[in-house]
Design a protein around this ligand. Sequence first.
Ligand code: FE2
Length: 386
Amino acid sequence: MAALYQQLCPVLFGDNAVGEMAKQIAEKGYKHVFICCDAGVRKAGIVKLVENALKEEGLAYSMYDEILPDTPDTVVDELAAKIAQTGADIILAVGGGSTMDAAKAAGVVLDNGDSIRKYMEENGNPGFVVKTPVYAIPTNAGTGSENTPMCVIHELSTDTKKVVLRPAELAVLDPKLTVSCPKSVTVYSGFDALSHAVEASTSVAPNPRDMLLALHAIRLIVNNLPIAMNEPENLEARTNLLFASNIAGIAFATMSVHIGHCFDHEAGVKFHMEHGHCCALSIPETLRIVAEDKPAEILQIADAMGVAIPEGTGAKEAADLVADRVRGLMRECGIKPLKDCGVSREDAIAIAQDALDHNWFHVMCPGDVSREKMEHYIAEIYDNYQ
Ligand SMILES: [Fe+2]
């Protein structure tokens, strides 16, 4: 079957990417920039680097620094109203996934009116126009949201996560913006990116270009995550992780995530756990559950992780060896088992049906994912990493 591969937005990558971006904004004649961020990113001094770059080009700007994790729909509407008041003609999202998603979504409301709820996929997904550009500037190496069309928004009236599909116009990856990323965020976002790459490379919709990206992302993450965790100022490790998270995002935007993210989203909501923490827990069992359908890909992932697979090893045994390598990385990075997060085995398994009902992309997993299969998968997550 022919495969389509694409990239939803261009990327400006590397040293002083933020300065180059400011120059381009000035050259394109934009008059007023609106910066979206959260209080933590602003306090860490990261936004200052962006402000300085804008000032250097003589650009006027306004700012909103109250983005919350898992952005509620009401905050998106409020943000759009604030941007409208300033008359800004370009939006910069400086932060992690929640900030990038909120800014992209606010752009939809700004350009089309009404509430963000109107534009959610699950609420009818009406078309909309895009007039105001959104530039996405990640401050951690994880979600890849700068290169995916997804804006995950928390709909308060139903207490569920819903999706608006709107990519950014430019991704700006400047590694120095990630050096002050705290240890726990570095680790969780690293495992989020690793799970994107592992799931994308084992989905039912592979294509040759994105396989290369996903496998290279895996190689970079396993080699650089421990370095960035122990030496936060190591710019080479930070650069490699930022690139890895970006290409993993590009890969999963086309090839898709699957069973792991069904668990990750549901466990995150039900047990109030960090997304990247859930991602770490699910990766070894994702590798094991796809082994028989994806034996060649398991060998490619093993190679990317530097795991030697003796000749003649069966697919399941090979996946076990790769899963062990990931568990070793999890221990090295201090990832807590599910049991140590106050979650009982029974409660964990009980989320299986909701994990499937709330996340359509289980269909991107090789082989049917029944409720029983999901329950077994969660039980293995619980039992095999203690
Ligand atoms: Fe993720």
